[in-house]
Design a protein around this ligand. Sequence first.
Ligand SMILES: [Fe+2]
Length: 386
Amino acid sequence: MNLLILNARLITPERILTGYSLLIEKTKIKKIMPPGRSGGLKKKGYILLDVRGDYVAPGLIDIHIQGYKGHDVWEKRPYSPRDMSRKLLLSGTTSYLATTHYDEGVINNIIRSLPGQSREESEILGLHLEGPFINPRRLGMIPGRSIRKFSREFFYEHIAPVSKRIKLMTIAPELEGAAALIRELKRSGTFISMGHSRAGYQEAIDGFNLGISQVTHIFNAMEPLHHREPNAITAALLDPRIYVQVIADGIHLHPAVLNMILKLKGPDRIILITDAVKAAGFKKGVFFNDGLKVKLEHGAVRGPDGSLAGSSLTLLEAVKNMMKFTSVSLKDAFKMATFVPASSIRIQKKKGEISPGKDADLIILDHNLKLKKVVKSGEVFNVKKN
Ligand SMILES: [Fe+2]
C-alpha cells in the first residue's frame, strides 16, 4: 500500500515542520515534502490521508516494558507476548524490547513469538533481560530465583545460545566476573545497562569504560545519591557517554529529580521508558506479575510489601509528563521516546525518526497530543476512544 499523508506537522529530532506531506511506499518512508510540493502525487494512485494540521511523530519505542492492558510477557501460553503487542500498538508504542527477569521458559516463549509478527502488532525488537547477573541485595520486584552467579560455563550453556535475541541486558558491574561478562555480551552484540546494582562510583566508571552504555531506571533499584560518597548515580549523571532510562510517571522519580536529570544529561542521553506491567492502561485493580500479587491504586503498582512493582504508564503519557514536569520542548520530549532509545540500541538507521528510507511507523496526534491514529509499517490504524 502506498500512502500520502497531507498537511502534517512533522515532529523531527531537530524541529517541527508545519504543512508538510509524507510519502510512504509499502513499509517505508519514501519522501518528505514541504508545503505545496505534493500536488502531482495526488493523481498517482496513492491513498490520501489529510491530517489537517495534526502532529505526525515517529512511533514510540519502549526498551523497558513487561506488560500492557491485561497482558504481559510472562503469560505461559504460546505466542502470548503478541497479545500484548496488539494492544500496545494502539497506545502509540510501535516497537519495544520484551523485558523480563531471567526465566528460560519465558525467554523461549518470547523468542518463539518473534517470527511472523504482523502489522497489527507493536514490533518486538528483541529482549531486554534484567538479570540474571544482578545484585541480590537490589532486587526490587525481581524474583530471587532468577538470579545467577556469572560463570563462563553458565554463560555458554544458557545465555550464548539466545544472545543474538537479547538486545539489552541489565547487569550489576560490582559482581564477580562482570568484566568477563561485559566482554562476552559485547562480542554477541548485546547492549549493556547497569541496574539492580550496588556499584560504587569507581565500579560504575570501570563498567562504562568496559562497555556499559546505559543505566536501567536510574535512581530505582540502586544505592541512593550521597553527597560525601559519590556512587553509580553520580557517575552516570556526569558521564556524557551514558544514556539513562527514566520512568517519568511522577512516582518513580519526583518531578524535581526529573528536572535534575534533564539538566545534567540533556535530551540526547535520556531514554523514556515505562517499565510497565499488565496493570498499565487501567485505573485500578489487582493483578499478578508472574505470580506476584500487585495492586494498582493512585497510578502506582505496588507489591505486597508496598514496594513499586513496575508502572501503569504508557510511553505517550511519559512524553507528556516530561513536558508537564520540566521545561523540555515538544520535539525533545518525543526524541527521548523515539530517536534516543533507537540510537541506544543502534537501530536509528531504521527507526526513531521521520526520514526517507526509515520504517513507516508513525503516530498521529491532535493539537492536545491526543492519539488519533497509528501507522505501523505503512498501514493505518484508528485509535478508538477509551
Ligand atoms: Fe527493574
